[in-house]
Design a protein around this ligand. Sequence first.
Ligand code: MG
Length: 249
Amino acid sequence: MIVLKNEHQLEKMRDAGRISQLALLEGGKHVEPGITTGELDHIMHKFIVKAGAVPSFLGYGGFPATACISVNNEVIHGIPDKKHKIQAGDIVSIDVGAIYEGFNGDNAWTFPAGEVSDEAKALMDATRDSLFEGIKMAIPGNRIGDIGHAVQSYVEPRGYSVVRNYVGHGVGEDMHEQPDVPNYGRGGHGIRLVPGMVIAIEPMINQGGEAVHSLSNGWTVITDDGKLSAHFEHTIAITADGPVILTAP
Ligand code: MG
């Protein structure tokens, strides 16, 4: 079931989104060689709690941290670790969300640590731009497949592949609501988008093949071929006036 949000609920979601975005930016500001992923997590945890919100990932399905931090060939759900030092040239995907007054915000961004290779930068740029291509399609009357198609048709001609095992999702009082929002698809297919829907669009784009698998810790998802992956996400409200990014400062 898709839960539509009224104006009042969207205002609350804007607050949750803002805190989530500010926490992400705070984490991103500290991405640099030498810091550990555990320290980054601690910084974001403190930020969210100080804002009067609740870290939504912490304890979700048993996840042990505030943020998912996935480095290089790690796609999503990386577990922050006090022993994992970021190296110069790493690309660091941070996914973090907060609950405020009962509503969720969810967002992700891939940050470079120091100077990164041209290949890494190109992957990050294309993944970020594909997110905004997807957001452009999040308008009433379009269908869910239009979003995925926009993402897919942006990255594939550039030689990248779309992760298919994981998809975006509705957001609201639950972090993961209906509908699924794949980053691939056929234009004009899938459920119709209507005002009041709130969705997280989150392309996970691989430098090499689309295949991924989980590590034995049960969480961290990595590329099968060991190549890089990037991840960008915003929580979006579909309104009569067009897409509104709720995870905005
Ligand atoms: Mg998400």
